[in-house]
Write a protein that binds this ligand. Structure first.
Ligand SMILES: [Zn+2]
Length: 200
């Protein structure tokens, strides 16, 4: 087994040894919150949003985009598990800003190996392992973080399966400071038509 897997297993042994009363946590998130954000390794939602086990749903993908699958998770999150407020959080210096669909499709067509990036952009070798399957995926790249947060909040807000009662807030996380900066235009679009007052 690789070193990293062994490190993960050692860390998990230590974690489980102090698991304590977390064995009785209910499945629905205690804080009725769901966050959609990027998979970027520099973002740790539990830390930057002050979450602990049982608190919230955190749905992550490349870019934190409101893909069909992200919306599937959000709908399950409220419909079956009772979340009442959603945050869409994109971030500065996102890898999704470094390429376009065309670039990704070209890279994948020339090779399946890890590409490299320099000041001229992404480059790859042609080694015969490529595939044109990349043509069939929408890579949901990002041109501008503010615009992408606004677009994703709008897509979720206007989705037929999302009730008007759930407020959706839009933020950009700054990887240089750890701060969440609100995108007021997104939050305005995501405003609930009628807010829920009772909290349990
Ligand atoms: Zn990212």
């Amino acid at each position: 087994m690789s070193n990293i897997v062994n490190e993960v297993l050692a860390a998990n042994t230590a974690y489980a040894a102090t698991f304590g009363d977390k064995s009785n946590l209910p499945m629905p998130p205690a804080r009725h919150l769901a966050i959609l954000t990027c998979m970027d390794a520099r973002l740790d939602p539990a830390k930057f949003a002050g979450l602990t086990e049982g608190d919230a749903h955190v749905i992550r993908n490349a870019g934190g985009r409101a893909s069909d699958d992200a919306i599937r998770s959000l709908v399950i999150s409220y419909k079956l598990l009772g979340t009442r407020e959603w945050l869409v959080i994109h971030h500065s210096n996102c890898g999704m800003e470094t390429f376009t669909d065309e670039v990704m499709r070209g890279l994948l067509a020339s090779s399946l190996k890890t590409a490299s990036i320099d000041e001229k952009g992404w480059r790859d070798q042609t080694d015969g392992t490529g595939s044109t399957e990349g043509e069939y995926l929408d890579w949901l790249t990002i041109g501008d973080q503010t615009r992408s947060v606004v677009a994703d909040v709008r897509r979720i807000r206007t989705h037929a399966l999302v009730p008007q009662t759930i407020p959706i807030y839009g933020y950009v996380y700054d990887v240089k400071s750890g701060r969440l900066n609100e995108i007021p235009e997104a939050t305005e679009i995501g405003r609930a038509v009628q807010t829920q007052t009772a909290r349990t």
